[in-house]
Design a protein. Structure first.
Length: 162
C-alpha cells in the first residue's frame, strides 16, 4: 500500500479493506488495538479504510469503531486523514442509527441494502437516500416510509434478508 501511495503515477484513491485484521486485533491477551491497526493503514497511505458497520454482518463494538474513526481523522504530523468507510450490513432500516452513531463525514456503502430491494436496484438506491435524508433531518423512519413508496417497500423485504 505504501508503494502505491508514494507512486506519482497512481492517480486514484487507495481503498483499504481490513479483511484479516482480526488475526492481529481479535485477541485481548495479544495483538494490537483496532484503532492502532487503522492508524497503520493511514500511515501507509490508505485514502479510505473499511471500519465495519454499526449493525449487520460485520459490526464492531461502537466505542472501538468511534476510536478507529478518531485515529483516521485526528492530526498526525504531516499524514493526511483517511476516509472511514462503513459497510457490511448498511440498509435503509439501519442507516439512521449508523449516521447517529458514526456521523456523516464518511462513506456508507450498501450493496445488499440497495440491490436487495424487491423492486430492483434503482428503487433500492432511492430508498437508501430517503432513509439517509430522514436521519439527517430528524424525521422518523416510519414517517419517511409513509411519504416514500420505495422506502416503505424496502423495509419489510430487507429486514427479512438481513
Amino acid at each position: 500500500m505504501q508503494a502505491l501511495a508514494e507512486d506519482p503515477s497512481v492517480k486514484v484513491p487507495i481503498h483499504s479493506h481490513r479483511v484479516g485484521h482480526a488475526a492481529f486485533t481479535g485477541m485481548p491477551k495479544h495483538g494490537i488495538d483496532v484503532a492502532l491497526w487503522s492508524k497503520l493503514m493511514r500511515i501507509c497511505g490508505a485514502d479510505q479504510l473499511h471500519i465495519g458497520s454499526v449493525e449487520g454482518k460485520f459490526y464492531y463494538n461502537t466505542q472501538e469503531t468511534q476510536q478507529t474513526i478518531a485515529a483516521l481523522r485526528k492530526p498526525l504530523h504531516h499524514i493526511k486523514p483517511t476516509m472511514p468507510v462503513s459497510s457490511a450490513g448498511n440498509r435503509p432500516a439501519n442507516i439512521g442509527v449508523s449516521i447517529r452513531t458514526l456521523g456523516n463525514d464518511m462513506m456508507f456503502l450498501a450493496g445488499g441494502g440497495i440491490h436487495g430491494h424487491p423492486d430492483g436496484s434503482t428503487a433500492g438506491a432511492k430508498a437508501m437516500m430517503q432513509a439517509a435524508k430522514a436521519a439527517l433531518t430528524g424525521m422518523s423512519l416510519e414517517e419517511a416510509a409513509s411519504k416514500n413508496p420505495e422506502l416503505k417497500r424496502a423495509l419489510p423485504a430487507l429486514e427479512l434478508k438481513m
